[in-house]
Design a protein around this ligand. Structure first.
Ligand code: KIV
Ligand code: ZN
Length: 523
């Protein structure tokens, strides 16, 4: 490694599009992946892990296109420890200005048992696969999956083999979120001090959040000598997720006094990215989430508000502007004009052409007729509703629901499916059940409802409800979302949104369906 690697610059490796997107239900469309990659590149992320090319046609295409489009970031793809995976990965990333192959294998006793390899056989495989990757690409990252549960002597042995075979980044994953800060720092320290050649490579940390320690563990690993943090926006990822990018980046910025390391992330872009990832993944950000949660900068109690008015530092360790939150949440209403709407949307990261603004303005006025005050969150929901609409194959024309204390409830629904109008009346156990039964009657399908979730976009009884619906069509997972001041209408639209997305995906020959998961062994 160059001397720079032990200086204080921490490289940010974002895996929202690979480890984040791989989590069930977080599937993104091709266009959404391209958009997120562009935003990450723009924000200054050093390395984007854009996908797992062998997993599906969709992953391959997304990684290839991101590789072609990205301006600054290194574009990385994931590959298991076999030549076929590595070749496919190289095909996907090779057109990037700065390509990287990331290959891995599970090295802990539990993971070694899956392909049924003994220690020597696995060591040989690591040598061969890293060598193969290095023959294709100058920039190879190697990961011993489940490193934190791998015997230290064996871990040192295989890390040395990977370095000798040409890996320039060694990632130490805490795959199951098992480690704790002191141990995380110590493990990296032990490797750097004891493995021959360790001073020639960059050590990376990749932490999962099963015990809620991912951010602390990643920062501790940096203390131990790691100079690459692997993370995702909003901590997106399977189970309890990954290290949250916004948390490690802001922790390093705010506490530079005790953690003298820095990244080159433009933190004013964090909020916008967080919102976009929440929207496209269908995984909302919890209100009290550090940095990007809705309440992260809200000061409700009297004492807090008084202190804030006198001096914002009384209760704030960062300024909202540092993460791209505008200082004032300017509220729009039915008298607001196009210029105010455009300014507000630009503030939220949406650049609109005149014709797009015209359409959004129309829908904004419709909403403002039903809702007195329009907040940022309302506008984000409005923008999301417009995104898919033009490609919709099923459209909701009307919905009348009869509710009462003595059910069953009924829903009278009109849909347009591929240009043809159809209608029905269906009963159900509650208004949402009746509505979903009406959809099923008009558009029979085998997709199963996996998740139905409602949350209020803002406060007040006139608040819009955002409904998230996740459907599973034989392993093909689709998330739909919609917002409306009427919860049942939002539910119907979210359900249709999920079905429309499934339809688009099927039309693309299942391109987004992962044929394999990175956890499947293929050695
Ligand atoms: O958690 C993990 O171990 C991974 C590897 C593929 C790096 O995601
Ligand atoms: Zn992981």
């Amino acid at each position: 490694m160059t001397n720079d690697n032990y200086n204080n610059r921490v490289v940010i490796f974002d895996t929202t599009l690979r480890d984040g997107e791989q989590s069930p239900g977080a599937t993104m469309t091709h266009e959404e992946k391209l958009e997120i990659a562009e935003l990450l590149d723009d924000m200054g992320v050093d390395i984007i892990e854009a996908g797992f090319p062998i997993a599906s046609e969709g992953d391959f295409k997304a990684v290839s296109e991101i590789a072609l489009r990205s301006k600054n970031a290194t574009i990385c793809g994931l590959a298991r420890a076999n030549y076929k995976d590595i070749d496919r990965c190289w095909d996907a990333v090779k057109n990037s200005n700065a390509p990287r192959i990331h290959t891995f294998i599970g090295t802990s006793p539990l993971h070694r048992a899956i392909p049924n390899l003994n220690k020597d056989q696995m060591a040989e495989l690591i040598h061969d696969t890293v060598t193969h990757a290095r023959n294709l690409c100058d920039n190879v990252q190697w990961s011993p999956m489940d490193a934190t549960r791998t015997e230290h002597d064996y871990l040192m042995r295989v890390v040395e083999i990977a370095i000798k075979a040409g890996a320039s980044t060694i990632n130490i994953p805490d795959t199951v979120g098992y480690t704790a800060p002191m141990e995380s720092a110590e493990l990296i320290r032990v490797l750097i001090e004891n493995v021959p050649g360790a001073d020639q490579v960059v050590f990376a940390t990749h932490c999962h959040n099963d015990l809620g320690m991912a951010t602390a563990n990643a920062l501790a690993a940096v203390e131990g000598g790691a100079r690459q943090i692997e993370c995702t926006i909003n901590g997106l990822g399977e189970r309890a997720g990954n290290t949250a990018l916004e948390e490690v980046v802001m922790a390093l910025k705010v506490r530079a006094d005790i953690m003298p390391y820095h990244t080159v992330i433009d933190t004013t872009k964090l909020m916008n990215l967080s919102r976009r990832v929440a929207t496209v993944s269908g995984f909302p950000v919890q209100f009290n989430k550090a940095i990007v949660g809705k309440n992260a900068f809200a000061h409700e109690s009297g004492i807090h508000q008084d202190g804030m008015l006198k001096n914002s530092e009384t209760f704030e360790i960062m300024r909202p502007e540092d993460i791209g939150l505008s200082e004032t949440n300017l509220v729009l209403g039915k008298h607001s004009g196009r210029a105010a709407l455009r300014a507000k949307l630009e503030d939220l990261g949406y650049q609109l052409a005149d014709n797009q603004l015209k359409d959004v303005f129309f829908r904004f006025k419709e909403l403002a007729d039903r809702k007195k005050e329009i907040y940022d969150e309302d506008l984000i929901a409005l923008m999301r509703a417009g995104e898919d609409a033009e490609n919709d194959h099923i459209i909701l024309m009307s919905l009348e629901v009869k509710c009462g204390t003595h059910g069953p409830q009924s829903a009278e629904m009109n849909l347009v499916i591929d240009g043809k109008e159809v209608s029905t009346i269906a009963k159900g156990d509650g208004p949402v059940d009746a509505t979903f039964n009406a959809v099923k009657a008009l558009y029979p399908h085998s997709a199963r409802l996996q998740l139905y979730q409602v949350h209020a976009v803002t406060e007040g009884t006139d608040a819009q409800a955002t409904v998230t619906v996740r459907m599973d069509d034989n392993g093909n997972i689709s998330t739909g979302q919609s917002s409306d001041t009427d919860t049942v209408v939002a539910s119907a639209k979210a359900y249709l949104n999920a079905l429309n997305r499934l339809h688009i995906r099927r039309g693309r020959l299942g391109e987004d369906k992962k044929e394999i998961n990175y956890k499947d062994t293929a050695v």
